[in-house]
Design a protein around this ligand. Structure first.
Ligand code: RM4
Ligand code: MN
Ligand code: MN
Length: 411
């Protein structure tokens, strides 16, 4: 009897699998799926203990565009590349024409603009929350430059990660620093042009180890709201304490129209910046499910971005892996039978509801994703196509000498 029940439910499951709509659902989901790649994911990065140099790592902005273009050609899903102002546009606005030239040359566009308020010696005790009004003014000037760069490039998002904080109790006034941040974010918001937004990222610790000025989504949301309607929250999946229910945060942010976008990465311990889904693919599936459960007019404006640095894996391979994983998990989440799930939830059929949810997660969507790739003229196996293209070998040869010159210093 027990065996027969199991058998019947297995039959029910395979009926879902062969549903002729499944391929259409997957194709529709993938046609609309875009995820931005970070320029810094192609460069040599490391840990605070050192850098391991890769011969093929990008050594300048042109090489980063070239690599991002490869990822887009292979996956069809990443037509934009996030730029870090200090690393990619050290000349500020004067570098904009060069970026525009690279956009035309490589067929991928500049995406979010990331100000850098964490590297300069001046920012030892903070940037926009520094007790020194001169240093705060300098930080605000950099934010305004970043807005001007985004405006000149016609990009939508200026993405703020504020590393400010303190290491020991009593050493800084947390409350004064809130006021200083409010001033800086209001000034930044005021400078935003038509079609521009600012995204406020949060992180519980690191580099600060006692208090971080924007430590969680509540602080980020409140600061964004006070700044103005074009300010939204950016959720970096690696920026939470262990066990945090990220999909619940996402749902709340969607509910209050406060979600601007994501920095996707995976982690085992902290801000590990590992490739998507490498540790916990179920979590990303759960996040995508919440996105797909919300009305399209709310989620259309949510920016999907990858924020990773690949320390040991090949840069290109890791980025392709991440984009492909994102596509697969998004396709799985699209297959959740949301009408049936709602009914099961409302009638508190807990096991049936959970199994309905898990059925979608456990479906092997890879054949359907391959089918979609073929039908869109994309390589059926992006990683294999990358290996066969010889691109990585070529860039490793071309860039080897330049990379040999780079120092294996502290990150
Ligand atoms: C930070 C944060 C920012 C990213 C930098 C490189 O941890 O996640 O978003 O721009 O790293
Ligand atoms: Mn981030
Ligand atoms: Mn991070």
């Amino acid at each position: 009897m027990i065996f027969l029940r199991g058998f019947n439910s297995a039959l029910g499951w395979s009926k879902v699998m062969t549903n002729r709509n499944t391929a259409e659902i997957v194709a529709k989901a993938l046609d609309g799926f875009r995820i931005e790649v970070p320029s810094w994911g192609f460069a040599n990065t490391g840990t605070r203990f050192g850098k391991f140099i890769q011969n093929g790592a990008a050594t300048n902005i042109e090489e980063k565009f070239s690599d991002a273009a490869q990822v887009n050609l292979l996956t069809g899903a990443s037509p934009t590349v996030a730029l870090h102002v200090l690393w990619d546009l050290p000349g500020g606005l004067t570098d904009v024409p060069n970026i525009q030239k690279l956009e035309a040359q490589y067929g991928v566009k500049a995406g979010s603009i990331n100000p850098n308020l964490f590297q300069d010696q001046d920012y030892k005790f903070g940037s926009i929350a520094n007790p020194s009004s001169e240093i705060r003014a300098r930080a605000i000037a950099h934010l305004l430059d970043s807005v001007a760069i985004g405006h000149a490039l016609g990009t939508k998002d200026v993405s703020l990660w504020i590393a400010d904080g303190s290491n020991y109790p009593g050493t800084q006034s947390i409350s004064k620093r809130i006021g200083w941040m409010e001033e800086a974010l209001a000034a930044t918001h005021q400078a935003l042009g038509e079609g521009q937004r600012m995204l406020v990222e949060y992180k519980p610790f690191e580099p600060a180890f006692y208090h971080t000025d924007i430590a969680d989504w509540g602080m980020a949301l409140e600061l964004a709201r006070r700044a103005g309607p074009k300010a939204k929250v950016l959720v970096d999946t690696g920026h939470h304490l262990q066990g945090t229910n990220i999909e619940q945060i996402v749902t709340w942010l969607l509910h209050v129209d406060g979600l601007g976008g994501f920095h996707f990465n995976d982690r085992k311990y902290s801000d590990d910046d590992l490739t998507l889904g490498s540790i916990d693919p179920y979590q990303l599936f759960r996040i995508f499910h919440e996105i797909l459960s919300a009305p399209a007019q709310v989620t259309d404006a949510v920016a999907f971005m990858i924020d990773q640095s690949h320390n040991l894996k090949g840069k290109l391979e890791a980025m392709v892996q991440s984009v492909v994983t994102a596509q697969e998990l998004f396709a799985k989440a699209a297959l959740v039978d949301r009408a049936r799930l709602a009914h099961l939830q409302d009638s508190c059929q807990l096991v049936e509801a959970e199994e309905c949810f898990r059925d979608a997660f456990w479906q092997d969507v890879r054949p359907l994703v391959r089918e979609w790739r073929a039908s869109r003229g994309l390589p059926v196996e992006p990683l294999k196509a990358l290996a066969e293209s010889g691109y990585v070998e070529k860039i490793s040869r071309d860039r080897e000498a330049r990379n040999r010159g780079s120092v294996a210093s502290y990150a």
